[in-house]
Design a protein around this ligand. Structure first.
Ligand code: TXA
Ligand code: MG
Length: 331
């Protein structure tokens, strides 16, 4: 049985103790649930890779209570300090060269010269980081290859009793993993789109930045090891930009259903409740992002032939939503 406990002062203290003893704690962040371990403890980090079935060449993000403690482990530059002052705490992860005195275990950085650091905003994550008082590595708390968990029940379903404690703190507000930006090179590059948008970062830095969301074709070598093509996928095939839905398909809709027909007759609004989830009836991208992973999980039922997903505009947060969807479709 998974060990799920409601967040309280006692369970936060208990969670910090588990981390100190080398155990694993799942906890909420504003993006998705993380599977936490003591970043400095190589054995604890190894058990994260084992619990997730994650390839050990895919490095982890270290989480900190504030920018000062993050910048003790990496070499901050002017871009990093500017972005930290504006976007931290929040859903932004920075890739920077490791500092000489970096506490993060080699395994967590997969032997790279750089490390990924983030200061999460979620109150529970903040309390846990303060109680533990050190860096916590936390990948998304799902088995490798699955969509990320946005509620405690997803963590329990995906990892079960491989986690010593699941801190249940409700659903994640953002619902998509953090924006990852590589600041270790001559030009900043967004490696994973998220809630902090490219245009917001460009406004702060006053320069144009690049984006590279990884391999487009089999065999291309991605910049970030996590960008392997087969990733974040439900078991069912995912069909993108659907303009109608087959009678045996599940539907993940966005916006108005008026013109969405069931092939062979009928309108999508008449689909049974378990065959249709609306990401946002009003077409709100923030609402859709928060509902995306839970929707993919809920519709991933073998009684359907596929999940048909309506078109989502590729602007603002739509860029990050579409990036996750194209991975889900690329199995
Ligand atoms: O929102 C999030 O970022 C969540 C919460 C729990 O904080 N965490 C998360 O972790 O999504 P994970 O492990 O699922 O994704 C981390 C991504 C991977 O794509 C990994 O390859 C990349 O960050 N990454 C980590 N260190 C890196 C490095 N040194 N260079 C390039 N990419 C790196
Ligand atoms: Mg992940």
């Amino acid at each position: 049985m998974p060990n799920v406990k409601r967040v309280s002062a006692e369970t936060i203290t208990e969670a910090a103790g588990i981390l100190r003893a080398g155990g694993l704690v799942a906890f909420p962040t504003e993006t998705v649930y993380g599977l936490g371990a003591n970043a400095a403890d190589g054995k604890a980090v190894a058990s994260i890779y084992e619990a997730k079935g994650r390839p050990s060449f895919n490095p982890l993000i270290s989480h900190y209570k504030d920018a000062a403690s993050a910048f003790a482990d990496v070499e901050a530059n002017d871009w990093a300090r500017e972005l930290a002052s504006f976007f931290w705490p929040g859903p932004l992860t920075m890739i920077l060269p490791k500092a000489k005195a970096c506490r993060i275990s080699e395994l967590a950085t997969a032997g790279l010269e750089t490390a990924a650091v983030r200061v999460p905003a979620h109150e529970v994550a903040q309390e846990l980081l303060k109680a533990f008082d050190g860096p916590i590595v936390a990948p998304s708390a799902n088995a490798s290859g699955e969509v990320s968990p946005t509620a405690p029940v997803h963590v329990a379903q995906s990892l079960g009793d491989k986690v010593d404690l699941i801190l249940a703190g409700g659903s994640c507000e953002i619902g998509l993993e953090s924006t990852v930006i590589d600041l270790s090179d001559k030009v900043p590059v967004i490696l994973r789109p998220g809630h902090v948008l490219k245009e917001d970062i460009e406004d702060r830095l006053g320069i144009e930045i690049e984006q590279d969301f990884g391999a487009k074709e089999e065999g291309d070598k991605p910049k970030s090891p996590g960008q392997i093509l087969k990733h974040y996928a439900p078991s069912l095939p995912v069909r993108l930009r659907a303009v109608d839905v087959a009678p045996d398909e599940a539907l993940l809709s966005f916006g108005n259903l008026k013109f969405m027909a069931i092939r062979g007759g009928g309108g999508a609004k008449d689909l049974p409740a378990d065959q249709h989830i609306s990401l946002s009836q009003s077409g709100d991208l923030n609402e859709a992002a928060a509902a995306l992973f839970a929707g993919l999980r809920a519709l991933d039922n073998p009684k359907f032939s596929a999940i048909a997903v309506m078109d989502i505009p590729n602007i603002g947060l739509g860029v990050a939503i579409n990036e996750r969807l194209s991975r889900a479709a690329n199995k």
